[in-house]
Structures are given as structure tokens and as C-alpha cells.
Ligand binder design. Structure first.
Ligand SMILES: Cc1cc2nc3c(=O)[nH]c(=O)nc-3n(C[C@H](O)[C@H](O)[C@H](O)COP(=O)(O)OP(=O)(O)OC[C@H]3O[C@@H](n4cnc5c(N)ncnc54)[C@H](O)[C@@H]3O)c2cc1C
Length: 248
């Protein structure tokens, strides 16, 4: 199978369990919304799928959002040990998550790092002459779990066709602090905005979606953990949204 090399140029630790990694290298022929197979030097015998958070660029820029899962073989090494200069092997672009050009409004539903491929699609849509209206529901456990809040505030304020709805399981933060989150909040420009409890809807993404009633004549894109996707699909279909409108 063909593989492409890419070198880590930036590593941003955003949370105890989450990092954003930017790379430059070979131009990988994927489409916004797809995932690729990745092998990293910390555990080069294993591959895992990750979804680029930028659309493809001719100069080979890639960005990944990786969450360390407890006892995971690969994700913990990426989040804790990635360093600029690491070379990743990328292969096998796959997946059909996309927005079509029918002009129909779009509902995007992201859980955790499921935001990454949807963000790539959103950036791709900025190049369209007439992008469709998009409502993005982005879910996390608590407000600080919405790791890309400042970027989403910025996108929603710049793009008139985009509405972002932050959804959290609980409005209050966990008792234990997250030093990476605290550091970011202390360091950033005071104009940057984050999702605070008063901006968020409380509940699981599936419950919040079910409360919207059915979506008809929309394009619906769902991306998150297998459990989140299954619960969201069930909520959509049970509230009357035709299954054929849903892409995941
Ligand atoms: C199409 C696709 C795209 C993906 N894109 C991304 C992405 O952009 N960013 C990202 O961070 N991850 C993404 N993933 C998940 C990623 O591929 C790995 O599964 C994840 O990083 C865990 O790998 P690991 O080797 O650390 O864990 P493993 O060693 O494979 O698993 C260790 C243990 O953790 C459990 N586990 C695995 N995944 C999860 C989870 N998500 N939540 C809770 N428990 C889990 C397993 O059941 C197992 O018990 C994607 C997966 C798929 C299929």
C-alpha cells in the first residue's frame, strides 16, 4: 500500500488527554472529511486511523486532533511523547463524510475529536462561492472539554453561514483541574473567547438532537466515538429524521 511521510512541525498540548499535531511533508491525496491510517515513531508497528482537521493542501500541511484513550497503545504515546521532527507514515485515505452541492442546509454533529473531519469540511466550504447554511452541534463532557472553543467562536463570527451550538453532558467542570487548559486560559489574548457554561446546552448530544424534532431536507453529518454515533443515529431516526439523510 502506498504511504506518505510527514514531519511534525508543531505540537500543542491543549488538555491532559488531548493534543493538536501539525505536520508538513508529502501531499496526501485525501478529501476533507476522510480519515487516514497513521503510524508514529513511538509505536511504529501499529497503525491507527485519524482524521485530518485541515482540507488537503498542495504543500502537504496536515493537522490532527488526538485524544489519549485510557490504556490505549498508540494515542497516549502521541499525546504525551510527540516531538517536532517526528516522522509519521500516512496511508489509506478512506471515508465518505462530505457536504454535497445540492444547496440543502447542513447539520453537523461532533463528539470530541469527531470535530476534526467536520472542521476540515468547514474550511473546505469557505472556498465555495455559495456555501450552504451549517449548524454545528459540538459535544463534550463539560465546557473545558470543548477544546476548540476559541477557534469555533472565531469561525462562527467570521462565517455568516455557520452557527455553532456547544453541548455538554454537565455544565460544571470536574473537580480536578487540567493544567494545560489552565495554562492556555492564562496565556491567550484576552480577546479570545471560550465556551463558558452559560453558552452551552446541557445534555448528551443525542438528547439535544432528539429535542430538536426531525430534520428533513438537510444533509446531516455525524462524527464521534462509536457510542456517540450510535446514540445520535438512534435519536435522529426515532425523532423522524430519514436515515438516508445521515452520513457518518
Ligand atoms: C475512522 C476513524 C477516525 C478516527 N479519527 C480520530 C481522530 O481524529 N482523533 C482521535 O483522537 N481518534 C480518532 N480515532 C480513534 C483512533 O483510531 C484510535 O482508536 C484511538 O486513538 C485509540 O487508539 P489506541 O491505540 O490508543 O487505543 P487501543 O490500544 O486501540 O485501545 C485501548 C482500549 O481503549 C478502548 N478505546 C479505544 N478507542 C476508544 C475511545 N475512542 N473511547 C474510549 N475507549 C476507547 C479500546 O476498546 C481498548 O479497550 C478514529 C477512529 C476511526 C475508526
Amino acid at each position: 500500500m502506498q504511504a506518505w511521510s510527514s514531519t511534525v512541525v508543531q505540537y500543542h498540548r491543549l488538555r491532559n488527554d488531548l493534543a493538536v499535531i501539525r505536520l508538513e511533508g508529502d501531499a496526501v491525496p485525501f478529501k476533507a472529511g476522510q480519515s487516514v491510517s497513521v503510524a508514529v515513531p513511538q509505536n511504529s508497528a501499529l497503525t491507527r486511523r485519524y482524521s485530518p482537521a485541515l482540507p488537503p493542501s498542495l504543500d502537504g500541511k496536515l493537522e490532527f486532533h488526538v485524544r489519549a484513550v485510557p490504556a490505549g497503545w498508540v494515542s497516549g504515546g502521541i499525546v504525551n511523547e510527540t516531538r517536532p521532527g517526528d516522522v509519521w507514515q500516512i496511508s489509506d485515505p478512506q471515508g465518505g463524510l462530505h457536504v454535497d452541492d445540492s444547496g440543502r442546509d447542513v447539520v453537523m454533529i461532533a463528539g470530541g475529536t469527531g470535530l476534526a473531519p467536520l472542521r476540515a469540511i468547514l474550511l473546505d466550504l469557505t472556498r465555495w462561492e455559495r456555501p450552504p447554511n451549517v449548524t454545528l452541534f459540538v459535544g463534550g463532557k463539560s465546557p473545558r472539554d470543548l477544546y476548540a472553543g476559541d477557534m469555533l467562536w472565531l469561525m462562527a463570527s467570521e462565517l455568516p453561514w455557520l452557527t455553532v451550538v456547544p453541548v455538554v453532558d454537565q455544565l460544571h467542570e470536574p473537580w480536578a483541574s487540567d493544567r494545560w487548559n489552565d495554562r492556555i486560559r492564562a496565556d491567550v489574548d484576552s480577546a479570545a473567547k471560550f465556551f463558558e457554561p452559560e453558552h452551552c446546552w446541557e445534555g448528551s448530544v443525542a438528547d439535544v438532537i432528539a429535542a430538536q424534532g426531525h430534520f428533513s431536507d438537510r444533509q446531516i453529518l455525524v462524527c464521534g466515538s462509536p457510542g456517540m454515533e450510535a446514540a445520535t443515529m438512534r435519536a435522529l431516526v426515532e425523532s423522524g429524521t430519514p436515515a438516508e439523510l445521515i452520513r457518518r
